[in-house]
Design a protein around this ligand. Structure first.
Ligand code: NTF
Length: 834
């Protein structure tokens, strides 16, 4: 139903929108929500009550826009992107929704009038951590930019009851605590109990004759559960468009209760109910697939099945005939986790909607696009055929048929090349036959992309070489981006204000290329001075937080040298540790002249089962404990580990960093997005030619980037000609003494064995070539220190980094997808101008 466009109704709508954003309305609604939803007066309200009231007051204001977007998209049959992602690392909503509604200032003033502090209210929010790291956070940035760029979109995913674990540090070790984020309620979501789909598992398939006498297959699942929709509106900046994030929660279907009633097996029925609900219970805390974890495959199928059924329902409710499904929808697979969607859509079109194979495949293949996020072989998902057969027998049949037809096509192209057929097959043959999800995603999609230029090149040259030779036009690059609303305006309001003042407008917030206007002012002493003041204030904030959270005192005058990301050997946090130990030794030897005082700051979680990564965390804390307590060195260097690095804590870190560490072995980091967030906040990067670092360096200028280390090609070359890390250890006396110091027990109360797995691995195997890049890294750090001593030069470089970072906005990334991958044009909502 659309709103009648009579002059009166438009006027009153405009009036409501305008006045709704006024201070008076905000104040009244806040107090009303506090009373009617939380049942509190101001005088007795807890911080949580205040937060809930603020959240509902904000949510009310976005609902109106949301409903309008939904109406327009429905009535205009707008082409729509469906982003399918097992993870959304959303971060807190309140502050970013206030910014996107343009009411932060009003909200702040209202808070002051009520003698409340808006920042503490914002601080109260528990973030939905429904993702592990880069991939999940990218999905969240993309949802925000889809709205900002006015591209109609639905994000589909899983409403995990427990998101990524909270990390505590105890005795230097990572300890995982469950993330009970829904404990106090979630004001941003709207449950839709009527949007509910059955999802089957197990059972068998059977042949039957349809009414036209045709033989068909169908699936008789053994178990059926329900997926219920929970909707969260996602606002854009400077637009009326609001998109939908629809997350599915698993629930037992009513038949359970019914069975219990009939058979009297009450306990059995309750047990089955609990088992059904475990499907959306917890996020797997791993960046890599959990081999053979049945529940994980159940989760993946669960959310793609609900999403495909929902898309079909939406299409039938609006456009109608399914023949035009791929014109209405384009579905983006965020890595291979949702790749089963290809098979599920085929199943629905074939079995539920009676289409022929060719018709169903034509639609399916036109619907999907796939983004690859990693080249690491251990991160490529495969599932055992046996497990598939047991859990999803009909899907396995469909995969076999897709594969049969696909391999016929390969045979025609590459006559007699059996090895190639072997490699390209959707099924890996071996002791245990396995389904290759990446191959399925490529075969089922019309476009495949990597996430940075180097990565996309390597995707074509290595991982999917055979596929790129078969279908060269299918492969693309879309370099990642991040949203400047959250990572600049929300995280660093002082910097945002300075930029706005310097450029004389706020348009850079939605057109990040306009940051270039800063360049004209780069040599102005006034700007440089204010730039420094802003950075220093952010460093003071972080220092205060760190002191309270960890007890470690950081000096805001020192260089804040930060590495924050998941712990992984390929990201080489241990390379930075070796640098710290080198500094420590130099100071001890009285050779501190060429150093600058530095605060070495780390943040990041390790997968709970990843022993080496956890040992790296322990090593950092062990080295930190010795350094921070040694008065000979702690005037020069300090080490701090920020516990529980998540979106909220990231927002404290990015504004305060002087130096951003992006030091992965070249060829291993697909893109990186932290690199962009740091640079946007004026940190300079020390980095290898890996992932998006390559493009960031090109954009900001090589003089404004500290480059070191082997190229991807050189690294590969050395691996192939036989890399012998112990030769570095033997021949570089400093390197040897740094590693020996770890083994001496100095950092571990005399325990000489605890870090052996790490140091032995470095000396004997070093799969990520830490030792090969050690010398270059240290030399580069020397240049960093020298440069930092020249404050004016450093500040100039910092300003230029921000001025030239516009390309790395997720708005640009979304426009790239819209134009080159999705073929979709924006659909702006008319503003209700006031
Ligand atoms: C990550 N991949 C990559 O490791 C990052 O380099 C990249 O920036 C992000 O994706 C976003 O594209 C993963 O998290 C995964 F799961 F694929 F390993």
């Amino acid at each position: 139903m659309s709103t009648p466009n009579t002059p009166e109704s438009l006027d009153s709508e405009r009036e409501r929108t305008r006045t709704g954003m006024s201070k008076a309305a905000l104040k009244q609604d806040f107090l009303d929500n506090l009373f009617y939803i939380q049942g509190r007066f101001l005088e007795v309200a807890t911080p949580h009550d205040l937060y809930m009231a603020a959240a509902f007051t904000t949510r009310d204001r976005l609902l109106e826009r949301w409903v309008k977007s939904a109406q327009l998209f429905k009535s205009s049959h707008a082409r729509t992107v469906c982003y399918l992602s097992a993870e959304y690392l959303l971060g807190p909503h309140l502050a970013s929704n206030l910014v996107n509604l343009g009411i932060t200032e009003n909200a702040r003033e209202v808070s002051e009038e009520l003698k409340l502090d808006l920042d503490s209210i914002i601080e109260e929010e528990e973030e939905p951590g429904l993702g592990n790291g880069g991939l999940g956070r990218l999905a969240a940035c993309f949802m925000e930019s889809l709205s900002t760029c006015e591209v109609p979109a639905i994000g589909y995913g899983i409403r995990y009851e427990f998101g990524i674990f909270d990390q505590a540090i105890e005795d230097g070790w990572q300890v995982e605590k469950t993330d009970n984020w829904l404990r106090n309620g979630n004001p941003w979501e709207i449950p839709r109990p009527k949007i509910c789909f059955p999802v089957g598992y197990g059972g068998h398939t059977e042949s039957y004759r349809d009414e036209r006498g045709q033989m068909r297959q169908r699936w008789q699942p053994e178990l059926e559960i329900n997926g219920v929709a929970y909707d969260t509106p996602i606002l854009g900046y400077g637009t009326e468009n609001v998109n939908l994030l629809r997350l599915w929660k698993a629930e037992a279907s009513e038949s359970f209760d019914f069975q219990a009633f009939n058979t009297g097996d009450y306990y059995g029925a309750v047990y089955a109910k609990i088992e059904a609900e475990t499907i959306s219970k917890v996020l797997y805390p791993n960046d890599e697939p959990e081999i053979g974890k049945e529940l994980r495959l159940k989760q993946q199928y669960f959310f793609v099945s609900c999403s495909m059924q929902d898309m079909i329902r939406l299409h039938q409710n609006t456009v109608g005939p399914l023949e035009s499904f791929a014109d209405k929808f384009v579905a983006q697979l965020n890595d291979t986790h949702p790749a089963l969607a290809v098979v599920e859509l085929m199943r629905l079109l074939l079995d539920a909607h009676g289409m022929s194979w060719d018709q169903a495949w034509g639609i399916t293949h036109r619907t999907f696009c796939y983004t690859n996020h990693t080249l690491l072989p251990e991160a490529l998902e495969t599932w055992s055929v046996n497990l598939f057969e047991r859990l999803l027998p009909r899907h396995l049949e469909i995969i076999y048929e897709i594969n049969r037809r696909f391999l016929d096509e390969v045979r025609v192209h590459f006559l007699g090349d059996e090895a190639r057929i072997w490699r390209m097959s959707l099924i890996a043959e071996g002791d245990e036959r396995r389904v290759r999800m990446a191959n399925l995603a490529v075969v089922g999609s019309q476009a495949v992309n990597g996430v940075a230029e180097l990565h996309s090149k390597l995707v074509k040259a290595t991982l999917f070489k055979d596929f790129a030779e078969l279908w060269p036009g299918r492969f693309h690059n879309v370099t990642n981006g991040v949203t400047p609303r959250r990572f600049m305006v929300v995280a660093n309001p002082r910097l945002a204000q300075l930029i706005t003042k310097t450029c004389g407008h706020e348009d850079w917030i939605r057109d990040l290329e306009r940051l270039r206007e800063l360049e004209a002012h780069v040599d102005e002493a006034g700007l440089q001075e204010q730039w420094l003041t802003v950075k220093r204030a952010a460093k003071q904030d972080l220092a205060a937080w760190m002191k309270q959270a960890t007890g470690v005192q950081l000096d805001p005058e020192s260089l804040f040298d930060v590495q924050a990301k998941r712990f992984h050997e390929y990201k080489r946090q241990h390379l930075k540790v070796l640098h710290i130990i080198r500094c420590y030794q130099r100071i001890k030897q009285g050779l501190s002249q060429d150093l600058v005082p530095r605060a070495f700051i780390f943040g990041g979680k390790a997968a709970p089962g990843y022993f080496m990564a956890k040992l790296m965390i322990k090593l950092i804390n062990a080295v930190g404990a010795v350094i921070n307590n040694d008065p000979h060195v702690n005037g020069w260097i300090r080490v701090a580990f920020m516990p529980d690095f998540n979106v909220k804590n990231g927002q404290r870190l990015y504004p305060a960093a002087d130096l951003s560490e992006q030091i992965s072995l070249a060829g291993k980091e697909a893109s990186g997005t932290g690199n962009m967030k740091f640079s946007m906040n004026g940190a300079l990067t020390i980095g290898t030619l890996d992932g998006a670092n390559v493009e960031i360096r090109e954009a900001v200028g090589e003089d404004n980037f500290f480059l070191f280390g082997m190229t991807a090609e050189e690294a590969l070359q050395r691996q192939m000609t036989g890399y012998r890390p112990w030769e570095h250890y033997q021949s570089d006396a400093k390197l040897k003494s740094d590693i020996d110091l770890i083994n001496s027990g100095l950092f571990s109360h005399g325990d000489t064995q605890i870090f052996r797995p790490l140091t032995d691995n470095l000396v004997n195997h070093d799969p990520f070539m830490v030792l090969a890049d050690y010398r270059a890294y240290l030399d580069c750090q020397k240049t960093v220190s020298e440069t930092y001593k020249d404050t004016q030069r450093w500040t100039r470089m910092s300003i230029l980094n921000v001025a030239r970072i516009g390309h790395f906005s997720s708005d640009r990334a979304i426009r790239d997808y819209a134009e080159h991958i999705w073929k979709i044009t924006p659909k702006p909502i008319e503003p209700a101008a006031g």
